[in-house]
Design a protein around this ligand. Sequence first.
Ligand code: BGC
Length: 758
Amino acid sequence: MSDGHGLSRRYFLRAGALAAAVLAGIGAKAAPRIAAADIDALMARMTLAEKLGQLVQARGERNDTGPHVPAGSEADVRAARVGSFLSVYGAETTRRLQRIAVEETRLGIPLLFADDVIHGFRTIFPVPLGEAASFDPAAAERAARIAAIEATANGLHWTYAPMVDMARDPRWGRVVEGAGEDVELACRFAEARVRGFQGRRLSDPDAMLATAKHFVAYGAVEGGRDYDVADVSARRLAEYHYPPFRAALAAGAGSVMVAFNEVNGVPMHANRELLRDVLRGEWHFDGLIVSDYTGIRELVAHGVAANDLDAGVLAMEAGVDVDMVSAIYTGALPAAIDEGRLDVGLVDAAVRRVLQAKAALGLFENPYRNCDPVRARRETLRREHRMVARDLARKSFVLLQNEGQLLPLPKTLRTVAVVGPLADDRRSMLGSWAPTGVAADAVTPREGIAAALGSAARVLHGAGGEAALAAARAADAVILCIGEDWDMSGEARSRVLLDLAPDQQALADAILALGKPVATVVFAGRPLTIGKLAARAPAILWAWYPGVEAGSALADILFGDVSPSGRLPISMPRHVGQIPVHYDHRSTGRPASETERNSAKYVDAPRTPLYPFGHGLGYSAVRYEALQLSSERISADDTLEVGFWIANEGRYVIEEVVQLYLRDDIASTTRPVKALKRFARIPLAPGERKHVRFTLGSSDFELLDKNLAPIVEAGSFTLLVGGSSATVLEGRFIIAGDRGGGRRFGGCDDAVHAFGAQ
Ligand code: BGC
């Protein structure tokens, strides 16, 4: 044990005592941390190599037996060449490495362990797009909380979630990771997930640092090709791509990940204007900025850096603190500093933010806070966690159509065929971002349905071809499970065709031709073009990838124990050629019209999607009526109360997702034909009638003027209400008098907080 180590021990004891006294903000919540002065004192003792080591994120490797560290990692930790690890977890493994960092390095600085805990750690929840279909941010917050409880019990401190990229292009495989096409929905889910991951206080042992990613416009890549170019206007950035980041930061997200793509000619890992000027400057974000995987090295392939040294300098100058996997900061920055090409002050600022993150997590006081195998065993895949996953899966299913009330099916069925390639595909139930999940934990549709029907019923199965058809022929009813397997959506899974695979379409055609009751369940990480299927299949349930409780949740819905309540968070196109098709488009000077030849439409297909944003049926019909506004004329700073009645006209207990949209009828810049402003899940018993009330305020009436300043303009507004974006009630009000802006870049919220406020 070196002298230095002894000193650092004393230093951290002192820091620990100070921590209780010194509170600084992580978002709105105060978290104990060591004082800035203590971090300065620590930094004063660090060599340049030790500082750069803090910026290095080394990667673990995963194989069938779980994560492990590559050869040489322990020596790197011992030599203080690593500040954090990606994809290394497990209470024992992280304790072993943490012990080396704390006990065997000169300064004893603890490591951070990071991973992609996207929709669950071991208890896998529906994929994020599926969670968004619940229109229930509180449920997503619960899921993120459980994910953090499990992940932190297994050694992790830092998650690369929530992904808050906006996207209107389902060819892009990463739509599965986001919250869909709508800004309001995305903001509410972004902040809910941050709250869930980070918990009450980051220093709590079950809280983990959340990361809003990928900054920015990653979902705007040309042609829906992953990693490709994004060419977006300043208005589109401000109105569409920024707000969910601002919502995540306002909720206290402690880190941001940089996007792989370029924006308007500048790769994000070298984009000073957007990282330093906008994210840090205008938004005052002072948390950690982490590169994406080898994102710094990729500046060479982008063609803006000649070599690693250039790439390292560009990224550091742009404001990227942590170098995930490229190993460029340690390799290239010492030479850049020697040659006078890089201001060492930038390195210091990045190191300070890494140390502040470690302090905010309480790692200086308790470096082993996440390394307890007993806690890991107790907290992982608890029964209660699975129940929450089942509830969320049920809420995520979207019933697209249900002709002749084919669903729910009676539980008295004696022979049921559960067929198709996804009917018993365990791995696919977990979805695309479940690296810490275990396929064996998942309940498949075949199993869930068999369990729900009990031993009196026979459940026949065939994955495809003649076996599936034979099962269907022998059954009283068929549940056809088709779609994309888990590996067809996600990162680097862009598609030009969104049709069902030809063999699946043929199977569906053959089964639907049998004349039996057939419920079609589609598993997918994105909208698909299912016009052919929709023309023949009476009942279609969109199930996304539901997680570990897939089959049980599916049975709950198919047999009517629970009425479906999910809504589409993204429009379902009829054809790939319509993309982007989204509900909140502008009217144009020649709005699409069936009778007007020269209008904004196609000659060979309708303008509208197959199913619109917000669409989803339940087992009871719901009537909307009596829209009332508190006033028909308000001033720009007033609030407006909007009330209406909904009634359950059917025999089932339901949860109705009510949706309120707004249109600014005349404005100085063009506005969407409607924009979601409020939504809520309302439980309704059979025959029950309820009054629903929302309050709108001036930020709801805001638009960005020609200079992108938020402003409320006088004039008329239309309110639209219904159970989908195809709204059924309409009202109008007037705002008398403008309210000027002054601030730039409006969005979900203006308060931006992170740790390390200087
Ligand atoms: C993805 C990120 C992810 C990272 C680490 C990258 O390829 O773009 O979303 O967090 O890998 O696994």
